[in-house]
Design a protein around this ligand. Structure first.
Ligand SMILES: Nc1ncnc2c1ncn2[C@@H]1O[C@H](COP(=O)(O)OP(=O)(O)OP(=O)(O)O)[C@@H](O)[C@H]1O
Length: 533
């Protein structure tokens, strides 16, 4: 290659170049070959690139300076003249604000959304085909803002809502891997506008949907996870004798009254109230607890002592994390889940017991079997009775919640667990009385006002109960109840039978005698499976 020719051309260009307004040596460093290009452009196109570049650098500099100043002013205003409120993902308000936001007109419409298949909002229109068979419709797709910032005006006020994942520590110094939060900002040094906005969102939510109950379950590691938010169960759908029903209702109502908390505090009594719901399986203990949560608008926190992964420190942490007012449902709180003192015997004692048993006769050993089985059952979880008593009413135990314990075997409960102060009200759930059987029948086949409103759309194609006249229904219910024995069947068994004839009250009455005989026979023989259903 002829380098001398190139050098000559370069020299030529340099000697004829007009001095640029911008120090071309600096640009030469940033863009190698810049001076050659600019001189070529000047010579052949008559274009002075230096002026263009100088202009561009000037505009760029101004823009960067503006951005910098804006960020500084914004940070200053944010620090001194904005207020904010953080909403955690596990709080009900999170979903409420998120749903409300999705329906608002924001200053800059979001062009990045998250699509969510919403199984809770089924498309209920036209779900039956021409033969009257249910045809599954795809669940509704909901769109919500992805993590980021939303800005909007509400009642003439500016709000900024940021959805993000926050990492850090919880109150007790434990590291939290990442929790989703919404931060709501407004201008001014008071959080009142945000609080007003939250009141508005809550009001909006109540007008949107029917009352809902949020159900939380204990997760490993001592945290509560929201399991579901479901429509509150009306109290009228739980059959229980009126005296017990209104007794519990009034008692909880009195306990939850703000004046009651002050009354307790003034007398140095811990503000706690415990209820024991006992009775055979399927008699409505859990259903009643959920209905109570709906009546008082409380969240329900469910915990089973039979959970093998639950440790004592988890248990105490779970109780520490309870909100001020809620229902704690401690399920199956019988001795099966509790580690007792006598179980924690030393190896020497165990050996002694072993020796004793080896000398016992075979007959005695056979007799001992059930007891042993029940003892083996006792160690299904690692929670000791003392740890449970400690979280229920230890010195540092949580206050303000409603504690409901359920059991199928009240007789096996330790006296310490149900002494007054830990259990204040005991309610027995019994097998169905004649009145309950009648009520269950009527509840199953009568049409609720909500269904009545919906009827117009579905009546043509769906199967509706053939008898809707209240008097006829009353008569059928009475005849149905008269054919069944009292205090023998659980409401769950009755419900199961009637559900199989959901829209056929007459058939339910016609089949009942055969079903009753088979169930009674099965119960007599200790069989769990029944032929006629
Ligand atoms: N008293 C009742 N009133 C209305 N429905 C009831 C009643 N008892 C049971 N049921 C129905 O039976 C089913 C099981 O009821 P639930 O879970 O409340 O019983 P439970 O007493 O808690 O049972 P378990 O002791 O096995 O936990 C539910 O679907 C519920 O609707």
């Amino acid at each position: 290659m002829d380098f001398s020719r190139l050098q000559y051309l370069h020299h030529e260009l340099n000697s004829t170049a007009k001095a640029s307004d911008f120090p071309s040596t600096i640009l030469e460093i940033v863009i190698p070959g810049y001076s050659t290009i600019s001189q070529l452009a000047l010579r052949f196109l008559g274009l002075d690139i230096g002026i263009l570049v100088t202009g561009w650098v000037f505009v760029y500099g101004c823009r960067t300076a503006w951005q910098h100043i804006y960020a500084l002013v914004h940070a200053y205003l944010q620090e001194h003249y904005t207020s904010s409120i953080e909403i955690d993902k596990d709080d009900n308000l999170f979903n409420d604000v998120r749903d409300w936001l999705a329906e608002q007109k924001t200053i800059k419409p979001m062009n990045k959304l998250k699509a969510i298949t919403d199984y809770s909002k089924k498309n209920e229109d036209d779900v039956f085909d021409e033969r009257g068979y249910y045809k599954h419709k795809l669940p509704v797709t909901r769109y919500e803002p992805i993590h980021g910032t939303e800005e909007l005006y509400h009642n003439g006020r500016y709000f900024k809502i940021i959805r993000s994942i926050k990492k850090g520590e919880d109150g007790s110094g434990r590291f939290i891997p990442g929790r989703e939060v919404l931060d709501v900002y407004c201008y001014g040094q008071s959080t009142q506008p945000i609080k007003d906005l939250m009141v508005h969102v809550k009001h909006w939510k109540t007008t949107q949907a029917k009352p809902m109950t949020s159900v939380y379950r204990a997760a490993s590691g001592g945290h509560w996870n929201r399991q579901s938010t479901r429509p509150s169960r009306p109290l009228s759908t739980v059959s229980l004798n009126q005296k017990d029903k209104s007794g519990v209702l009034d008692d909880i109502n009195e306990y939850l009254h703000p004046a009651t908390a002050r009354w307790y505090a003034a007398r140095g009594i811990p503000h706690r109230r415990g209820y024991l719901f006992y009775g055979p399986p399927g008699t409505g203990k859990t259903s009643f607890s959920f209905a109570l949560a709906g009546v008082f608008g409380l969240r329900i926190y469910c915990l089973s002592l039979n959970d093998k992964e639950l440790t004592e420190s988890d248990l105490s942490q779970l109780f520490n994390y309870l909100p001020d007012r809620c229902i704690v449902l401690l399920e199956d709180v019988d001795s099966a889940g509790l580690k007792r003192a006598e179980e924690e015997s030393t190896p020497a004692e165990s050996a002694e017991k072993k020796d004793d048993s080896s000398t016992a006769s075979n007959e005695e050993a056979e007799e001992e079997k059930p007891k042993k089985r029940s003892k083996a059952k006792k160690s299904t979880c690692s929670i000791s009775l003392s740890a449970l008593l400690n979280v229920i009413d230890g010195a540092a135990a949580h206050e303000g919640h409603v504690l409901i314990m359920t059991t199928n075997t009240p007789e096996s409960l330790d006296a310490a667990l149900i002494r007054p102060g830990r259990v204040d009200v005991q309610v027995g759930f019994l097998l169905a009385t004649r009145e309950q059987i009648r009520e269950t029948f009527i509840r199953m086949y009568s049409i609720t006002p909500e269904e009545q409103a919906f009827k117009g759309r579905l009546a043509k194609k769906s199967r509706q109960p053939s008898i809707t006249d209240p008097e006829t229904l009353e008569d059928l219910a009475k005849r149905f109840a008269d054919q069944l024995p009292e205090d023998t069947l659980s409401p769950a068994e009755l419900q199961g039978y009637l559900l199989k004839r959901k829209n056929e009250p007459q058939k339910a009455l016609d089949d009942v005698a055969k079903w009753r005989d088979e169930v009674m026979e099965a119960k007599k023989n200790g069989k769990k499976l029944v032929g006629a259903q």
